[in-house]
Design a protein around this ligand. Structure first.
Ligand SMILES: [Zn+2]
Ligand SMILES: [Zn+2]
Length: 257
């Protein structure tokens, strides 16, 4: 299924000929044409995900409430590892596992800047928050990018997600306090220990603003959780008493039940 090719969109450039900026041309098309599913190209609602593709998503199922990993129990509770060694965050909300097509949505959102894919991920996160009656935090805080990476990528996917989700669920986004001081190497391919070392001291809190008592950190994917743990440590030090993690997608380590 390759989906993005089915999307309506100007491959040739009549917009250029008419000297209309490309994004305005997209806006015109979006207004005139019915919305289509980003994954299969069939007609869809405004979320750009049809019912069939929604049904087939790799939903997380029963999970550990703290770390979001799958549990072999009929109801969400805490896994043995979190009971023995509780993480710094209290609750992880993550509707999807990092499997196709959730991984595809993350990739095109992050690296191809397909904002419609980000909106689908944000929408699924909101759906879970509402359906599971998740306690709303005082603030949503996006995991920051280092300014150099921000300049290269042009946008922070965690900020975009937080902006969308915050508006839908009615929680303010606070994007000024948490900063990244080091441009860490990408976490993928590193062991858990290397990841911890890689992000240690990479974040700090700045300014007079306080994080709020109850915070939800927001990012696109949680893998081992080392980046989010480091962020939670900084946010707690800055005054928060509870930090949750809201991520649309959770990677499950190979060999996990
Ligand atoms: Zn579809
Ligand atoms: Zn757990």
């Amino acid at each position: 299924m390759n989906s993005l090719n089915h999307l309506p969109g100007p491959k040739a450039t009549p917009a250029t000929k008419l000297n209309i900026p490309r994004r305005w041309w997209h806006l015109v098309l979006d207004t005139l044409l019915p919305a289509r599913c980003l994954l299969c190209g069939l007609p869809s609602g405004a979320t750009r995900l049809c019912d069939g593709c929604h049904r087939d998503l790799p939903f997380s199922g029963t999970q550990c409430r703290r770390c979001g990993l799958p549990l072999g129990t009929p109801e969400d509770s805490s896994c043995g590892r979190c009971i023995q060694n509780p993480p710094l965050f209290t609750r992880t909300v993550s509707p999807l596992q990092y499997l196709y097509p959730a991984d595809h949505l993350v990739q095109v959102f992050k690296f191809n800047r397909q904002l419609a894919a980000g909106r689908i991920l944000g929408h699924l996160l909101c759906e879970t928050v509402v359906n599971q009656d998740i306690a709303l935090p005082d603030t949503l805080i996006p995991v920051p990018l280092h300014p150099l990476r921000m300049a290269r990528r042009g946008f922070n996917q965690a900020f975009e997600l937080g902006n969308y989700v915050g508006k839908v669920v009615g929680v303010p986004l606070l994007a000024t306090g948490l900063r990244r001081s080091r441009n860490t190497t990408a976490q993928s391919g590193l062991s858990r220990k290397q990841r911890r070392k890689n992000v240690r001291g990479a974040f700090y809190w700045t300014g007079r603003v306080t994080p709020g008592r109850h915070v939800a950190l927001i990012d696109d994917v949680m893998t081992t959780g080392t980046t989010l743990t480091e962020c939670a440590r900084v946010i707690k030090k800055a005054g928060a008493s509870r930090v949750d993690v809201w991520v649309p997608v959770r990677a499950v380590p190979p060999g996990h039940i």
